[in-house]
Design a protein around this ligand. Sequence first.
Ligand SMILES: Cc1ncc(COP(=O)(O)O)c(C=O)c1O
Length: 375
Amino acid sequence: MELFDVYPLYDVAPVSAKGIEVKDNHGTTYLDFYGGHAVISIGHSHPHYVNRIKSQLEKIAFYSNSVQNPLQQELVELLGRLSGCEHYNLFLCNSGAEANENALKLASFHTGKSKVISFSNGFHGRTSAAVATTDNPAINAPINKQQQVTFLPLNDFDAFEKAIQSDTYCAVILEAIQGVGGLDEPTTEFYQFIAKKCKENGVVLIADEVQSGFGRSGAFFAFQHHGIQPDIISIAKGMGNGFPVGGILIHESIKASYGLLGTTFGGNHLACVATLAVLEVLEQENLIENARTLGVYFKQEAAKIPHVKKIKGRGLMLGLEFDFEVADLRKRLIHNQHFFTGGSKNKKLLRILPALNISKDHIDQFFEALNKELS
Ligand SMILES: Cc1ncc(COP(=O)(O)O)c(C=O)c1O
């Protein structure tokens, strides 16, 4: 048997990792400025995270959602308090795509409608409705194309107003900072306009915070920079710091009933302690503030580089746009300088998504390495 060959791979095989450092099978140490697609939020193998999971594993790792799991209750309380989203209820699942799939399904149940508004360059996952709302025809199979999705340009007030009046939409889904799409953002005015129009037209507003949530943008959720209140918030990635866990926060105005949503693995004991450990470290180590402060520092340092044409993003969800395609630069950063960075749909954009507990010194090391490759 061989692996189903769907990923182009860099020739690096990490075998251990600690904090922001990743070591490969030859003993070479890399600095991780990508966090494996924005997943590593509190650093690799954080001792509190390791201990929480280890000790839970020795007690009970899994039981299905047919019995009480007090860890879920503990998680609801801490997540509600730290995110400021106390007026939401939590449904747990296993990944970002699954979170959006459940968000879209719930919006459709709630409104009795089926069409969705999404935005150019939006990315929401690779499953049925989630991939249909993703602006990339190449990853949509004929079965996904049955979904009815209208793609609109970001920040186009007229196009949005015209579309939403048709009274056929169950949901609007958007990222407050586009990840895979290349770090573009709705303006505050546009996001507030969307929220207002959704409310007026009875359309469910889904904030996809799979990548931008859990402190990455310098606020718990990136939509919080815009003072709006979504109906559903989807979460994953940094939530589990590598443990596969996702979820949706559902505003209390949307009522639950038995059978509406369901999952076998979602909310299992290990997933709960992984998420609790992430939240505890975010709070104890002030990591959201660190993301905010170091994001500003990173941008200041990036502005000194003449090759950088645009600096995008917030907190530690950042992008550097060059006037050339960055695929080769990324390879050189890995192989010559031992730094992991990310790419995006915008081929000229280098994506920067380190753990939220990096230091100024790590950022200085990154710019030293980048300057070497640019000179
Ligand atoms: C904004 C956003 N939504 C959803 C997803 C899908 O998440 P997953 O790969 O966990 O299914 C991603 C993944 O990159 C994402 O960036």
